[in-house]
Design a protein around this ligand. Structure first.
Ligand code: SF4
Length: 293
């Protein structure tokens, strides 16, 4: 495959200041959490939203510069919602010469059949999509799956779990999936959503709507968290950075979980933390819908 930058729209903004800032944030996340290693083959989930396009473009730019060899394969899951423009997403992959896999599915039909009246679309939709992504990664020979969750997703999930679930929990930057073979990575952990929005506008990324029946009206609890954070930010400009930093600066002795109790020497009394705990909520963008289920 010819990887010449000349024909690529992505080449047009490679020297853009905002792109460099975003790339720096991703590079730092990769280094801090050891997200990418020599020989990795990474499936990059691309829904056609601003976050996933940005993720793919930055990873590809880093791939070209990195001293370690790794591969990327863009993966799009079509949940089957009428009007979802997979053709636009596929054009983007082709124009930018990405290796890619388009995965059609009957998820919408399954959701219509299985969803209990009054329960959320997102809970079942996101679970089906995640399973399909794991399967696509496996069949494509990818050991890792990159998702486009950014700093705001991490913070909002932290608040949602505290406000509505009674749990101190957010997301992991790198975690082995339940299937035991795929490592899920989140390289955008340090990126602010407002920067991604600005970049996607500057770069005129071909963002497409998911076209699901609850598009734009789903996840009201998350929207409440967004509003709350934006109000707080007026008085405390660094509030989001501080909250994200808190996730990597945990003081277990100053928490109340009995499973974190330490003996007088400071050693954890119970090393099998949460082994019998109830199943945790999926750490994804639909946490509030799962709460409502
Ligand atoms: S908002 Fe997203 S997760 Fe929820 S139903 Fe629509 S496509 Fe699925």
């Amino acid at each position: 495959m010819d990887h010449s930058d000349k024909k690529k729209p992505s080449a047009a903004f490679k020297d853009n200041r905002l792109f460099k800032k975003l790339r720096h944030g991703v590079g730092k996340a990769i280094a801090d959490f050891n997200l990418i290693e020599e020989g990795d083959r990474i499936a990059v989930a691309v829904s056609g939203g601003k976050d996933s396009y940005t993720l793919l473009l930055i990873l590809e730019d880093l791939r070209r510069r990195a001293p370690v060899q790794f591969e990327l394969v863009a993966v799009n899951i079509d949940s089957g919602y009428p009007g979802y423009r997979t053709d636009i997403i596929e054009d983007f992959f082709k124009t930018n010469e990405f290796s890619y896999r388009m995965v059609p599915s009957n998820h919408y039909a399954i959701i219509k059949e299985k969803r209990r009246p009054g329960s959320s679309y997102c809970a079942i939709c996101s679970r089906l999509k995640r399973g399909e992504l794991y399967e696509a990664a496996r069949t494509l020979g990818c050991n890792k799956l990159a998702l486009g969750h950014h700093q705001d997703d991490f913070i909002e999930t932290l608040l949602l779990n505290q406000f509505f679930v009674g749990s101190l929990k957010s997301m992991s930057a790198s975690m082995l999936a339940d299937n035991g073979v795929t490592t899920v990575i989140r390289p955008l952990v340090y990126l602010a959503e407002e920067d991604i929005i600005a970049f996607s506008r500057q770069a005129e990324l071909p963002v497409v709507c998911c076209c699901c029946p609850v598009c734009g009206t789903a996840d009201m609890q998350r929207k409440r968290m967004k509003r709350l954070l934006s109000e707080l930010q007026r008085d405390i400009p660094h509030v989001k950075n501080s909250m994200l930093k808190a996730l990597s600066n945990v003081h277990p002795r100053h928490l109340l979980d009995p499973l974190l109790r330490r003996d007088s020497t400071g050693t954890l009394e119970n090393t099998d933390l949460h082994i019998n705990a109830p199943p945790a909520l999926e750490p994804d963008t639909t946490v509030s819908q799962q709460i409502q289920d």
